[in-house]
Design a protein around this ligand. Structure first.
Ligand SMILES: *[C@@H]1O[C@H](CO)[C@@H](O)[C@H](O)[C@H]1NC(C)=O
Ligand SMILES: *[C@@H]1O[C@H](CO)[C@@H](O)[C@H](O)[C@H]1NC(C)=O
Length: 646
């Protein structure tokens, strides 16, 4: 052993195996499917997902290629179109100082054009280009000489393959937030397609955008039936930028939401070809009792409780913190109603001097407001007609005084979430809660139930290798399509049947799930859970159940600071799950669990794997889900200064 050094100790394989099998009727995760790198052969660097919801065909943007995968039949070989960069172009890109691997064509944008074609944009060796993909023939449109028909992708797609970027289609027109030069120093939020006159963008001022990292965007349409004031449709952009309103030595980052209106065509003299409706506000995701702020936004999921009703829109934001060295993730939810309220509130003064200044009077019509029936009746049928003083005001005051604030629904230490998606349970009034589907930087999918203010971790499912961060999650017909740069998974995402043992089911009690002992399955129930902590109550019922896999514990003697790899042998494609002391710095590598021994991480570690029909070797009493259990107890004996194992 290596005294004082960091060690990774491998323990022998499974610690208990219980023979004698009986099958449960329901298996969570039935129909789950994972396509790994071998399936995609030499294609990788997947970044963009586009799903045709009517056919279930998923288009994937990759390096030098576009793939199509039939999500109803994942066994079918994916179809592939190669769109790469000519050798000469690649060489000149490298000559400009870029790396060989970055001088490829990374497909970053796939959007339906609504005419049977998909708009495809790639980085094209730091010279972004767009092309047209015909869906039925699954080919790129060609020009006469047989080459791919291309148009410039500047402002539509980033130059650099890994640059933060977001785009959204609104009524056939593309809106983007991207860098717009080779050096990556200019940032624009723009209307990137449409007539030349309508291609407008943000002013290049640090008051508008200051070193932004773009995260997400959403197109929110007004309801067709219920829009009495004739309000305009809006596009929202989410990003993190460097705060200019604080005069500090360190670069303080702030999460933002910005809004533009769809019929904005810019000003006549002032703000010519620039947004006249660009307003932004700070998002605050803060745990008030501790004062902990999560100031870096990493993803946003947009959802409507009542589809088609913009007022029911909620934005779930995934955050981390600039100041913590430990990995940390938080989820906050912001309603569109609160954002609108802030955007209708006071403007922030962004004057340079520290002197007290009286705020400038706000001119009329209100700067940054979307056009509506009343404004049109006053003669402002277009943003071109807005008075100069309104436009100069909005140019100088893009930021709102108030912030949009929320308390975290969920905070986790030792975990870095990269993507989220949300399923609402029960519609409208009868809302039960929500399930957060969270992807990690290590290829896992976590599910968390949120009922009222209570968040409960339901499952941690390893999908890909720990080198593959989850970079896409798409929900479709009760399934989650989860992607990494190298792999794609399709997993069940709805219903109580997801939860395959009594304890998992108990944690989902608030979502209306209940464990049926007779059926040995998690079932939906309409029975109210009764008073008190619903999860605790349901868990107590599990402990009482007979015949739970109760393996003998094995004690490990460890010392503080030691790193252990607790093995759990997974013999079937079904995931194994670990129960361990809460809120610890523990990570999974496939089914094994890496534990760094601290005072807090001492306790029982139990691995449970779901049964598989292909491994009929062992199990337990009737009605049980667990096929095999490995159990370990870590205790600090402190005898061996360098760590040991007995
Ligand atoms: C593309 O994939 C390769 C191999 O996995 C990796 O080394 C490279 O960093 C990736 N590039 C980007 C831009 O993600
Ligand atoms: C939320 O948690 C608290 C404290 O554990 C508990 O008292 C309350 O009943 C829970 N609410 C729900 C809806 O589960």
């Amino acid at each position: 052993m290596n005294p004082g050094g960091e060690m990774l100790i491998l323990l022998p394989a499974l610690l208990c195996l219980l023979p004698g099998a009986s099958w449960a009727a329901t298996l969570g995760g039935l129909g789950d499917n994972i396509l790994g790198p071998h399936k995609f052969q030499d294609v990788g660097n997947f970044s963009t997902f586009l799903l045709d919801r009517s056919s279930g065909v998923l288009f994937l943007g990759a390096r030098d290629a576009i793939l199509s995968v039939d999500t109803n039949n994942l066994n079918q070989v994916p179809r592939k179109i190669v769109w790469d960069v000519p050798e000469e172009k690649r060489r000149s890109c490298v000559a400009k100082g870029k790396t060989e691997v970055d001088c490829n064509n990374y497909i970053r944008l796939l959007e339906f054009l609504g005419d049977g074609r998909i708009y495809v944009c790639g980085t094209y060796a730091f010279d972004p280009q767009c092309a047209f993909l015909e869906i039925t023939s699954f080919t790129l449109e060609k020009v006469e000489d047989g080459g791919v028909k291309m148009e410039t992708g500047k402002g539509k797609c980033p130059f650099e393959p890994s640059q933060h970027y977001t785009a959204v289609m609104a009524g056939g027109t593309l809106y983007t937030a991207a860098t717009s030069n080779f050096l990556g120093t200019l940032f624009d939020i723009s209307r990137a397609t449409g007539t030349e006159q309508e291609r407008i963008r943000t002013e290049r001022s640090i008051n508008w955008l200051s070193d932004p990292e773009f995260v997400s965007s959403a197109f929110i349409e007004e309801s067709a039936e219920n829009n009495p004031i004739g309000d305009d449709d809006k596009i929202y952009f989410f990003f993190t930028e460097v705060a200019k309103e604080y005069d500090l030595y360190t670069k303080v980052k702030v999460p933002r939401v910005a809004r533009v209106c769809k019929s904005d065509v810019g000003g006549m003299k002032t703000l010519q070809r620039r947004w006249t409706t660009f307003l932004k506000a700070q998002l605050v995701c803060e745990d008030r009792p501790t004062g902990q702020r999560y100031n870096i936004l990493t993803d946003v999921f947009t959802t409507q409780h009542t589809p088609g009703d913009p007022s029911s829109t909620q934005f779930y934001g995934l955050f981390t913190s600039q100041w913590e060295h430990e990995e940390l993730s938080a989820v906050c939810v912001f309603s569109l109603a609160e954002i609108s309220k802030v955007m209708d509130g006071p403007f922030k003064e962004l004057k340079k001097t520290c002197d007290w200044i009286n705020p400038e009077p706000v001119p009329t019509p209100r700067p940054g407001q979307c056009l509506n029936n009343a404004l049109k009746a006053e003669g402002y049928e277009s943003s071109l007609k807005l008075p100069d003083k309104v436009l100069t005001f909005v140019r100088d005051h893009p930021l709102m005084e108030n912030s949009v604030t929320a308390a975290p629904l969920l905070v986790r230490k030792g975990v870095r979430y990269t993507k989220l998606a949300v399923t609402q349970m029960g519609g409208g009034e009868r809302q039960k809660g929500a399930v957060l589907h969270l992807g990690t930087d290590r290829g896992e999918l976590h599910r968390v139930a949120v009922v009222g203010q209570n968040a409960t971790l339901l499952q941690e499912i390893p999908l890909f290798s720990s080198q593959e961060p989850v970079n896409n999650i798409l929900l479709h017909q009760g399934l989650a399509l989860v992607g990494s740069p190298l792999s794609l998974a399709r997993v069940q995402a709805e219903g109580c049947a997801l939860y395959s043992d009594c304890k998992e089911c108990a944690r989902a009690r608030g979502l209306g799930c209940d464990w049926s002992t007779e059926e040995a399955a998690c079932r939906p129930t309409t029975a109210e859970p009764g008073p008190g902590d619903v999860v605790d109550n349901a868990l107590r019922k599990c402990d009482k159940e007979e015949g739970r896999c109760s393996p003998s514990m094995r004690e490990l003697r460890v010392s503080l600071g030691l790193r252990l790899l607790l093995p759990c042998v997974q013999l079937s494609p079904r995931p194994c799950s670990w129960e361990h002391p809460p809120h610890r710095h523990t990570r999974q590598h496939n089914s094994d669990l890496e534990v760094t021994v601290t005072e807090d991480s001492l306790g029982d570690y139990i691995c449970t794997c779901q049964r598989s029909q292909t491994v009929p070797s062992c199990s337990i009493n009737p009605g049980l889900q667990a096929e095999r259990c490995g159990c370990q107890r870590a205790e600090n004996r402190g005898e061996s200064p360098s760590g040991g194992l007995q």
